[in-house]
Design a protein around this ligand. Structure first.
Ligand SMILES: Nc1ncnc2c1ncn2[C@@H]1O[C@H](COP(=O)(O)OP(=O)(O)OP(=O)(O)O)[C@@H](O)[C@H]1O
Ligand SMILES: [Mg+2]
Length: 238
């Protein structure tokens, strides 16, 4: 099956600061990749690069076979790349309903379906973005990406800072999204074990380079290898 998204030998970063070096990954339609690595290795930068928010020095990114080189960020979203950034970036001065409404494009994911997926948002539909709990904000951030009816969802640490019970709800929601839609995902997650359960394949970054790329099962079965790849910090957490 041909790739939905292909990052090929991409070197990219910010003005005067190259972060990613020769990074490649490919994502098949409906597939899920866990993007792992320690703090500051470039996970967010890679998602931002796919969205066109950084400076590419070399390499290319293709989506649905089209080279994204000259495609601006808003157009990438229109083409079907849904982005849930680490900072959530919902509109604080709009209500929940308005936040969803401005992001909506026609397709299977409607605002009503988002309310079914995340009942707490239904109860808060008149609340402003800055009147929501962390969990509700994250639900809204995912909801906003979904109502744009993307082909791929880029999720940057969607469980960060959430209470365990909300993390469970979010995992269930993402599982149900995956079951009901033809949706590929890249999940950046600090808790590697959770991400390895969720995804089929994993890509591990270290200092801006891909240091491992393969099936999650291989890492699930080999905690020492995982510990070596993502550092002592994670090893200590287990
Ligand atoms: N806007 C920016 N301008 C310049 N450098 C940046 C910018 N954002 C991030 N960096 C640098 O790029 C490197 C990678 O950061 P990035 O946020 O991509 O890492 P990360 O893997 O997502 O980390 P974390 O797990 O903490 O979220 C870091 O050295 C960081 O300081
Ligand atoms: Mg990050």
């Amino acid at each position: 099956m041909s790739d939905l998204l292909a990052v090929e030998n991409v070197t990219a970063g910010y003005a005067g600061n190259v972060v990613l070096e020769q990074v490649s990954l490919s994502l098949a339609p409906n597939a899920t990749i866990a993007l792992l690595g320690r703090n500051g290795v470039g996970k967010t930068t890679l998602l931002a690069t796919i969205m066109g928010l950084t400076r590419i020095e070399a390499g290319q990114i293709t989506f649905n076979g089209a080279n994204l080189a000259s495609v601006p960020t808003h157009r990438r979203a229109e083409l079907g790349i849904g982005y849930v950034p680490q900072e959530r970036e919902i509109f604080a001065s709009l209500t929940v309903h308005e936040n969803l409404k401005v992001a909506t494009r026609s397709g299977e994911w409607t605002i009503d379906r988002i309310y079914q997926l995340f009942p707490p948002l239904d109860k808060r539909r008149g609340n402003f973005g800055n009147q929501l709990s962390g969990g509700e904000q994250q639900m809204l951030a995912v909801g906003r990406a979904l109502v744009s009816n993307p082909k791929v969802l880029l999720l940057d640490e969607p469980f960060e800072g959430l209470a365990p019970v909300i993390v469970d709800q979010m995992v269930d929601a993402l599982e149900s999204i995956r079951r009901s839609s033809q949706l590929a995902m890249i999940l950046v997650e600090h808790h590697a074990e959770m991400a390895l359960e969720f995804a089929e394949k994993a890509v591990i970054l270290d200092r801006g380079q891909v240091v491992w790329n393969g099936h999650c099962a291989e890492l699930r079965d080999d905690p020492d290898k995982l510990g070596n790849l993502i550092g002592l910090e994670e090893e200590a957490e287990r």
